[in-house]
Design a protein around this ligand. Structure first.
Ligand SMILES: [Fe+2]
Ligand SMILES: [Fe+2]
Length: 160
């Protein structure tokens, strides 16, 4: 496993950690929402890194256009994820406890499906043509000042 998969797997792991933090705080409304916001912000960075950097690189390398290959499917997934994220946020504002729970479960279920799809389709191929330095530039640009939240990002930023 090289730079790209190492980083992206670590990023999935970090999201899992934020998700289980979120679940463990289930009884304290304000705190739970704050932890969810943290998860949501990080997930949006992750999606942006894939949409704006990794997918276009993949398409160029593989010779796919906008309409073919696996990227359009994964981009559509990301749109669904954003809708589901918004739904959880809305439920936090206006919904009952059970609605928050159901909405969160829908999101989690879809995230698992999506992750398996992208791990199958694109993750293993990125390693063969994206360099550590290129990834570092993209991560620095997208994750901005939030490095301290994510240990694995610190590693990749400081490690060269
Ligand atoms: Fe993704
Ligand atoms: Fe991903």
């Amino acid at each position: 496993m090289t730079a790209v998969s190492k980083f992206m797997y670590a990023d999935h792991k970090c999201l899992d950690k934020l998700w289980s933090n979120f679940l463990s705080k289930k009884n304290d409304g304000t705190k739970t929402e704050k932890i969810f916001q943290e998860f949501s912000k990080h997930l949006k960075f992750h999606i942006q890194l894939e949409n704006d950097f990794l997918f276009p690189k993949f398409d160029k390398y593989m010779g796919f256009t906008e309409n073919n290959g696996p990227t359009p499917v994964l981009i559509k997934d990301h749109e669904v994820i954003i809708l589901l994220l918004n739904d959880v946020e809305k439920k936090f504002k206006y919904g009952k406890e059970t609605e928050i729970k159901n909405s969160s479960l829908n999101l989690k279920k879809f995230l698992v499906t999506h992750r398996n799809r992208e791990l199958d389709m694109e993750y293993p191929i990125w390693d063969s043509f994206i360099s550590y330095d290129e990834l570092k530039v993209a991560v620095t640009k997208i994750y901005k000042n939030d490095f301290d939240l994510f240990d694995h990002i610190k590693v990749i930023i400081e490690d060269n």
